[in-house]
Design a protein around this ligand. Structure first.
Ligand code: ARG
Length: 594
């Protein structure tokens, strides 16, 4: 099914052709003067240059060819050459009816591609902090949008599980419990099954080791050596690593679960280490990698680079692999196990240069196929109200768990203030609504931009917020429930094709709501091709506003004209389904009541 814009464009392009102009000028867009019209076409302006005619003459010719069209109720050519349109109620209703009959509301993406979304990227054994929030929220939504577009998509958490933090933990553990068998090089038995630490101990061990290594050079040397030993396969250290992984991954799963974020793959940097030696050899053999100041590098600068792109470092002078090396090996691994058409990285935008170097090296070296899309979706910083990166009150790094608990509590208090509620139920509801506050607060901004995390604003039931959207959905659900109870009519049936009584809009507010709803496919196309969840947020905010206006202007439940009432109910059902689908794509859901 064509999107609304495609349908209108076809019609207007036809009119251009009929009038003897190239149909490419027939592109229709949403109106940017909603006070004057609903849709517009500025093609006559561009056509004027080709045909050496006044734009208004061309616009008039086209308008003439659209008289009597069943699509439009109003077509006007206005100086200097705009074409302004209003669509006919019958056309609008027919389109909406077709939307209700389609599983994806008329959205017909071409899909069929294989996509990996690389997001999350936490470093094992360090507690999840708010720095990880954006990757999780944006990545999960991008993944869902790509799936909805009909692609086969996997999310890979890409754990940072192979770096210095592991050596630091091993070093600190050795200081605290030197008697453990892991540190005895002559030990040949089996290591204990139980880890020598809990998750809270682990979370304390890492920062204290990290702090010590910054003050004490010898300590740092020891940690580097332990990292090296681990990476070279020392048995005892590998056993500690296994413990760290098991405990951290269980904790990470719990945390991501709370955010309704789910990864199909729990792979990490460690998984691809075995691929590195051969990859490095190939890079050398092909002549791409060369030595520079003792290191092995690949030149990736290109003519026309606006700023300098330094060589991609593959091995340091001591022979150690680096961050880029691991990302290249990961691409090799992904090609052999999944053969993706596209890999999307949702990572802090400060890593942009790193990914540029990796992408260019991967292409030069044939590590990815020629037509594999490599996309870096870099996100900005989440700031506090002071405009600086978000911190705890005491100035420390905020743990993700703490942030979520704070918003949950804030939401719970609000719900209890609003109306009497069962505390247990209110708690559950608060969790659902709080998640919408956090996620919508983030996603409604363009990902690349920094934004201010303002919990008072985000948790408000009014304005452009997650709770406002949920409130609207809950309101619709409640009207539908009352409708069913009052007349014992099955509201679902009302929306079924035969019974769908979507009526010609009579009021401005019916039509405004309808005009918002029909944008769905166009919005989905944009959100997918631009990897832009914020477009979905903007859409549902418009839909929610249009619905609430409609709701305030019409007495739906006491309407006497039953046909009209059924039409409205069908409109409500569609609105509710669209909103529910959209928030699922954003990664949250609505409660039954709130
Ligand atoms: N662990 C990395 C960090 O904390 C993020 C990983 C992003 N993904 C990737 N493929 N490099 O900076």
């Amino acid at each position: 099914m064509d999107t609304m814009i495609e349908k209108l464009t076809k019609e207007v392009a036809g009119a251009f052709a009929k009038a003897g102009y190239d149909e490419k000028y027939g592109k229709v867009t949403l109106s940017n003067r909603p006070d004057l019209c609903e849709f517009q076409c500025n093609g006559a302006m561009s056509a004027a240059k080709e045909y050496h005619k006044a734009p208004i003459m061309i616009a008039n010719d086209v308008a003439e060819n659209l008289t009597g069209s069943e699509t439009f109720s109003e077509v006007s050519a206005v100086a200097p050459g705009f074409l302004n349109f209003k669509v006919s109620p019958a056309f609008l209703c027919a389109y909406l009816r077709a939307m209700t009959e389609d599983e994806k509301f008329g959205y017909a993406p071409s899909g069929g591609r294989k996509i990996i979304v690389d997001y999350g990227g936490p470093n094992v054994a360090k507690p999840l902090h708010i720095g990880h929030l954006r990757a999780a929220i944006i990545g999960e939504s991008v993944k869902r949008i790509c799936k909805y577009a009909g692609n086969e998509v996997v999310g890979d958490i890409h754990l940072g599980d192979w770096g210095l933090q592991m050596g630091l933990i091993i070093t600190e553990l050795k200081k605290r419990k030197p008697e453990l068998p892991y540190f005895d090089p002559d030990f040949t038995g089996t290591y204990p099954e139980e880890a020598p630490f809990t998750i809270s101990e682990l979370e304390e061990i890492y920062p204290s080791a990290s702090a010590k290594s910054k003050e004490d050079e010898a300590y740092k040397e020891e940690a580097l050596a332990a990292t090296h030993d681990l990476q070279s396969g020392r048995r005892g250290y590998r056993a500690i690593w296994d413990h760290i992984m098991r405990i951290s991954v269980a904790d990470l799963k719990k945390n991501y679960e709370n955010l309704d974020v789910h990864f199909e793959w729990w792979k990490g940097e460690s998984d691809v280490q075995p691929l590195i030696p051969q990859m490095v050899q190939d890079l050398k053999d092909s002549g791409l990698a060369h030595e520079s100041e003792g290191a092995l590098v690949v030149d990736v600068s290109e003519e026309g680079d606006a700023k300098e792109v330094p060589p991609c470092i593959i091995l340091k002078s001591d022979g150690a692999a680096l961050y880029a090396t691991t990302d290249l090996a990961t691409l090799l691994d992904r090609k052999s196990v999944f053969d993706p058409d596209q890999v999307i990285y949702v990572v802090d935008k400060r890593q942009e240069m790193h990914f540029l170097q990796v992408f260019r090296t991967a292409r030069k070296a044939g590590i990815v196929k020629k037509d594999t899309g490599l996309d870096f979706l870099g996100f900005g910083t989440m700031n506090g109200k002071d405009g600086k990166p978000f911190k705890t009150r005491s100035g420390g790094v905020m743990r993700l768990e703490t942030l979520i608990e704070d918003i949950n509590t804030q939401m719970y208090t609000k719900i209890m203030e609003n109306h009497e509620a069962d505390p247990e139920e209110a708690k559950e509801t608060a969790k659902i609504v709080a998640l919408s506050a956090i996620k919508y607060g983030d996603l409604s901004n363009q990902a690349t931009k920094d934004y201010v995390f303002d919990s008072d604003k985000f948790t408000s039931f009014e304005g452009n917020t997650g709770p406002y959207i949920l409130y609207t959905i809950v309101r619709i659900k409640s009207i539908l429930q009352k409708y069913v109870q009052a007349g014992q009519t099955d509201a679902q049936k009302t929306a079924s094709p035969e019974l769908c009584k979507l009526m010609n809009p009579e009021h401005d507010s019916d039509k405004s709501l309808m005009l918002e709803l029909v944008r769905f496919s166009d919005v989905m196309n944009e959100a997918y091709t631009e990897l832009a969840p914020h477009k979905i947020c903007a859409y549902i905010y418009d839909v929610a506003n249009a619905f609430n206006r409609f709701y305030h202007e019409n007495k739906i439940l006491v309407e006497e004209d039953k046909e009209k009432q059924q039409g409205w109910i069908a409109l409500l059902l569609l609105t509710e389904k669209l909103l529910t689908t959209c928030i699922d794509l954003l990664g949250f859901s609505a409660p039954e009541r709130m």
